[in-house]
Design a protein around this ligand. Sequence first.
Ligand SMILES: [Zn+2]
Length: 499
Amino acid sequence: MGSIISVAKTIVEHSEQSVTYATNGDISLNAANQVKLKSTDKIVYDKYKAPEQKEKELKKFLVHVRRPAGYKGEYGFDWIRDEYIYPLFFIERDNNGSSCMSTLPLADNVEAVKSTYLKDVKNPVKPYGKDYYPAWLSLFPHTTEAQFKHGSSMNKNGAQLDVELEEIEEVINDGTEIIFESKNPHLKVSPQKISIGALIGAGKKKKFLPNGVKVMYYTLKAAINVVNNDAPLSQHEEIKIFAKLGSKKTEIGKLMVYQNNEIPKMELVLVRVGYQGTSMTTIEQKHVKDFEYQFKRNSFNQALIRAELKTDTSFDISTLPQTDRDVVFCLDNLSATNRPFSTDAYLHDIIKLYEKYGTHKPAGGSIDGDANKRTYIFLTDAPANSLYGLTSGDGSVAKEFQWGNAYVIFLNGLNHRHTLLHEAGHSLGLQHTFSAGEPLAGLTPPPFTFFQGHTDNIMDYTWQKNGNRNPFESGDKMCSFFKWQWDIMRKDRSLTTNY
Ligand SMILES: [Zn+2]
C-alpha cells in the first residue's frame, strides 16, 4: 500500500513522467522540503482547491451603425437622430409661425417616430432592456445582367460606414470583439470583427440627453464596409451585431438592409420652356448633366429607384398657334403688367400646352393621368418672386389628394439642386416633412411632422420659420430621404417596374 500524503496548498505536477511534487504549504520551499511521490502513492487533495477560473464579464454597451460625415446620398441611410425624439433644439416658432420658445423634440409625435422606425425590422432586439432602433441601409445590388438585370455598378464598392459604441457601463480594452453577422451570402460585411480596443482607440466622446443623462460613446470612422454582390436581396435583411468575450456572446445591435430585388424606373422629361420668341430658358448643359447625376446617384437611388433623364431641347410657347386660346392665356399670364403672374395658372397652362404640342407628350395624352409613366419637369425663367418650384396635384376635400406627374421650376429655382429634387419628391407622392395636411386639402396627414428647416431631408425647406437657414443647407447637405419615404415613393403610380 502506498503512503497517503496530505497536501496543504499547492501541487506541482509533471504527470508525463508519473512524478508529482507536492509542496507542504508554500511553493517557495526548497527541493528538500518537497516530497517525491511514488507512482503507487495516492494523493488526497484535502485542503487543495483549484483556483476559480473566473470568466471575465462582458461589459454592457450598444453598437450602432452610422453613415459617414461626408455622406452625399450615394446610398440610402436612415436612422432616428437623437434630436428627432429628444428635446435638444430650441424652437422659436412652430410650423404655423407662432411663438414657441421651447426646447422640444423635432418630431411632434415621438411615439409615432419610434414605431415607424421599428416597422419592417427583423427580430427586433432590446439589448439589456434598452429600446433599440436599427439604422436602415439601401444599396443597389452589384450584379451581372444574367444575375439580375436591374442591378447596377453604382454601389459596387458598397457603403463604408461608421460604427458607434454607446456605453451602458464603462468599457475597457478587455479583448471583447464586436461581431457583424449576415446570414445572406450575397450581403457581406467586412471586417466581420472589430476589437473593442480599436473603438476605444478612436477616443471617448460624450453627449447630453435631457434630464441630465450623459451618454459616453466611441465612433470608429469607416469601420465597416457593407456590399451586396451577385444576387439582389429578395427581402429586408438584418446584419446582427454581437459583443463576444470568451464564451460569452450577446446581441447588442443591428443594421437593417433594404430589399432590392425590385428597382422601379422613374423617367424624367426635362423641358426648357421659352416664351419671348428670341430667348429660351438658359440652363447650361453641364447643369443638365449634373441634374441627371443628382437624380441617379444622390437622391432617388436611396429609395432604389432608377432615374432616367430624357431631355427635350426646347418648348417655345411663342411659336405655338396664336389661334389657340390656351396659348393666348398662357402668354397673357406671362406678359401682363396690370396683375401678378399666376404660378398656379402657369403650371396648369404649360401642362395643357405640352399635352397638345410637346415632342415627348405622353402616349395616353394626359400628363397627370394614371397611364403616364413619366415625370415632366418644366424649366422656365419666368420670375415667380420667391417661389422656386411648383408641383401639380389634384385634391379636394371630398377626394384624397393625388400628386401629379409634372412640376415647374421658376427662375429662382433654376440651377438649384435642392428644388429640382424636392419637387420630384412631391411628384413621387411625398409631402413636406413639416406639413400635416398641407399644402392642399384632401392630403392624408403623415403620422408625424418635424419643425420646418431643421433636418437634412430633401422634403424639408432650406429655411426655418424664424427666418434662420436650415443648418444642412450650407455645404449642400440636404440630401436625405428617410426610409419611410423610400416606402412611399416606390409605390408611386408614375414608376415602371416592368422594363
Ligand atoms: Zn415643396
